[in-house]
Design a protein around this ligand. Structure first.
Ligand SMILES: [Zn+2]
Ligand SMILES: [Zn+2]
Ligand SMILES: [Zn+2]
Length: 382
């Protein structure tokens, strides 16, 4: 059921895009931090540290993508997609920690103005370089994210874009400091820190809502129900539940089928339901279909009735009073509307006349109906 090809392609794309992002961020972080020290700009250093933490997050993403792609095993029957979720939380926490460090340093300098730095014009050029490379990364990453529909790469792409905002703030801060507003470089550093922590909070929020099993929205839910409602053999669908696991979706659903069809036909119908749902939503990894012979939305009408062994014990006691009826072992049970409906199959060879067979059928039906819970009784000769 698990087709390895698309997930292999997902992994390759995720890895390539992430490696390009990591290489770009590595060069940029070095340029920003070294340049920030040489050109004396706290905002530029802050942005460089931010870029460094992006590098860390890129490696986390790469690691998570490989782990999350590992096939299901005995201990992890639903696969490993949640590793992706956990990695996202860790990256989010790291971003908040980094932001806090930068903001505290900038506040300290703002309180003692003699510690404020005075950036050189080269810092301005480095801020511009950062803007250009991060905007480029955004476009590159978002294209790949759309192609393989990866929420992880989407998050990364938007991260690159928010990095552009951060570098713009740095550009303005350095520009203003050069123009004579000495405190603006530190103010820019605080703003950068704020952006970093917002990003971290958002990553954590998304992952937590996935961990508490947020399903698809009501419209998507309706679309999924509609896609199977008119399949062959379906009398109704209800109780569709979905939940996300990394980029995968899991679903379970109840279908109503003809109340007297065989178990194997019901199973066949449930297979076509699972297949149709997976075709309509490619990210659907597992579908569990529950087959209902009757509507069980408000109550379970037949759950109080005895199972086969107990019922057969009672029936056999009754049937002993009908000469020529036993052994009777071809008995089909239908649990419907809170009663058990029986089909009794008898062999015609046992009867010399049609009249004799009819008389036995009448007698059998009468005594069978005396058993508690029994509804309609039909006797077949074949
Ligand atoms: Zn960033
Ligand atoms: Zn099955
Ligand atoms: Zn149901």
């Amino acid at each position: 059921m698990s087709d390895t090809h698309p997930s292999e392609e997902r992994y390759r794309t995720t890895r390539r895009v992430t490696l390009v992002g990591a290489a770009t961020n590595a060069s940029l972080a070095t340029a920003q931090v070294v340049g920030g020290f040489l050109a004396q700009s706290q905002a530029l250093i802050a942005d460089g540290v931010h870029t460094l933490s992006d590098l860390l997050s890129d490696f986390m993403v790469l690691f998570a993508a490989r782990k999350a792609n590992a096939p299901a095993d005995d201990n992890h029957p639903y696969g490993h997609a949640r590793i992706e979720t956990l990695a996202t939380v860790i990256v989010g926490l790291a971003l908040i920690g980094v932001a806090l460090g930068i903001a505290l340093d900038a506040f300290r300098r703002l309180q003692s103005p003699e510690e404020l730095l005075s950036p050189a014009p080269a810092a301005l050029a480095l801020a511009a370089l950062a803007i250009i490379s991060k905007e480029g990364l955004y476009h590159y990453t978002v294209r790949a994210a759309r192609r393989i529909d990866s929420s992880l790469l989407h998050a990364n792409a938007w991260h690159h874009r928010s990095d552009v905002v951060s570098s713009l703030v740095v550009l303005v801060g350095i520009g203003a400091t050069l123009a004579g507003f000495a405190f603006m470089d530190a103010v820019a550093a605080v703003l950068v820190a704020l952006l970093i922590s917002l990003m971290g909070a958002k990553l954590i929020w998304n992952s937590v809502s996935e961990l508490i099993d947020t399903g698809v929205g009501p419209e998507e839910q309706q679309q999924m129900l509609d896609s199977v409602r008119h399949l062959d053999g379906i009398h109704g669908v209800h109780e569709l539940r979905t939940r996300r696991m990394g980029s995968a979706l899991l679903a379970d659903v109840h279908i109503m089928v003809g109340p007297r069809i065989s178990v194997s036909e019901g199973h066949r119908i449930s297979e076509s339901v699972a297949k149709t749902l997976r075709q309509s939503r490619p990210e659907l990894r597992e579908v569990l279909v529950h087959v209902d012979p009757e509507d069980d939305r408000t109550h379970a009408p037949s759950s109080h009735l005895p199972c086969r062994s107990e019922l057969m014990r009672q029936l056999n006691l009754q049937w002993q009073s009908v000469p020529g009826a036993l052994p009777l072992d071809n008995v089909v049970l239908h649990y419907l509307d809170g009663r058990i409906h029986l089909e009794l199959h008898l062999s015609p060879e046992n009867f010399e006349t049609l009249e004799g067979a009819r008389a036995l059928a009448r007698q059998l039906t009468r005594v069978t109906r005396e058993v508690k819970g029994v509804g309609e009784v039909i006797v077949y000769f074949r």
